[in-house]
Design a protein around this ligand. Structure first.
Ligand code: PMV
Length: 339
């Protein structure tokens, strides 16, 4: 068979209610909810050949350079999904992957990269009639690559994880949040890059520390309650309650890191400077809908409605620019797609 190519694009996502703690294999300790981004994306060309005995990924170019570490990771991933997609045994692949955001921006790229690769594998299966169309399968495949990647497949807002209180959702794949108010239809995320250094502790190590965390049970209950209150606030267009939960989730994530054993800190002095300033700005202007969230790193994500964009960009320039060295203005997006 000749070499064929599938070209895909998949975004990063930012969690409003955080996934932190897991069971094998990438089964979350608690449900999470995220917003899919549109500008921070991975674009991937997957060149493939179907053979009697596939050779897996023979070459992986990341940002135009051969990358052995990613090649090994992708080959391990193919072994992991062989039960769900037996046809991967027939694949010989060469991959070109590029991110729209700079590698040094301190933005985790595993969600966008693994969701892109999962979509490409799924598309190959569809094209050659190995599988039938099934959006849940795409999200499940992405989850096996990197937990949070399963949410990047979907548009707008995605929920991943079964909620034991309502019996809704699934631990295997993410689903779209169906109901939310017009207020949340156009939402921005300006990512203030405080530091672009590699994280001192990986997310995998962080998840692991939740296994025996002293606050484990309380965190589980808090996440369930936060999902309930946050989705309710989103359905009413209530930015204030939404913002309270958003910030509580971000600070809880970092509090869990600080109180795990061993303890660690990913926030920088300027992360705290931004947090304090954002709260001061809201005190000065009670109509300001500007709230922060934080991923597993020092950078601060500012979340606000698009209709306040011009005003907030001005505030970022005038009031916050001394605390960060780069900013990426992103917004809500449509999820992974075939190009
Ligand atoms: O998908 P992972 O294993 O990189 O974990 C991501 C965890 C957080 O980004 C901190 C939170 C989340 O829900 O995305």
């Amino acid at each position: 068979m000749n070499v064929e190519t599938i070209r895909v694009e998949s975004p990063s996502n930012i969690a409003f209610v955080k996934y932190w703690g897991k069971k094998p294999i990438q089964i979350p300790m608690n449900p999470s909810l995220s917003m899919t981004l549109s500008k921070c994306v991975t674009k991937m060309d997957v060149h493939y050949r179907l053979e009697e005995q596939g050779k897996g990924v023979s070459a992986l170019y990341f940002e135009k350079s051969l990358n052995e570490k990613f090649r090994n990771k992708f080959n391990q991933y193919l072994n992991l999904i062989v039960e769900l997609c037996p046809y991967v045994k027939k694949l010989s692949l060469e991959i070109n992957s590029e991110n729209s955001f700079p590698h040094s921006a301190g933005i985790a790229s595993s969600a966008s990269a693994m969701s892109a690769f999962a979509l490409a594998i799924y598309e190959i299966g569809l094209k050659h009639n190995f599988i039938k169309a099934n959006i849940e399968l795409v999200s499940e495949l992405a989850r096996l690559g990197s937990g949070s990647a399963c949410r990047s497949i979907l548009s707008d807002y995605a929920i991943w994880g079964r909620n034991p209180l309502t019996d809704e959702g699934s631990d295997r794949f993410a689903i779209e949040l169906k109901e939310y108010h017009q207020e949340f239809s156009q939402v921005c995320d300006s990512i203030l890059i405080v530091s672009s250094e590699e994280k001192s502790v990986s997310s995998s190590a962080g998840h692991k520390l939740m296994d025996h965390h002293i606050f484990r049970e309380n965190r589980l209950m808090q996440a369930l309650e936060n999902i309930r209150v946050l989705t309710h606030a989103m359905s009413r267009g209530d930015w204030k309650t939404f913002g309270e939960i958003l910030e509580m989730e971000a600070l809880t994530l970092h509090a869990l890191m600080m109180t795990s054993s061993p303890s660690y800190i990913l926030l920088e002095a300027n992360s705290l400077n931004i947090i304090k300033k954002v709260r001061q700005l809201r005190e000065k202007d009670e109509n300001l809908k500007l709230y922060f969230t934080i991923d597993a790193g020092p950078n601060i994500h500012l979340i606000y409605p698009k209709y306040q964009e011009t005003h907030i960009h001005k505030l970022i320039d005038q009031e916050l620019s001394e605390f960060f060295h780069n900013v990426i203005h992103d917004e809500i997006g449509v999820g992974a797609k075939v190009l």
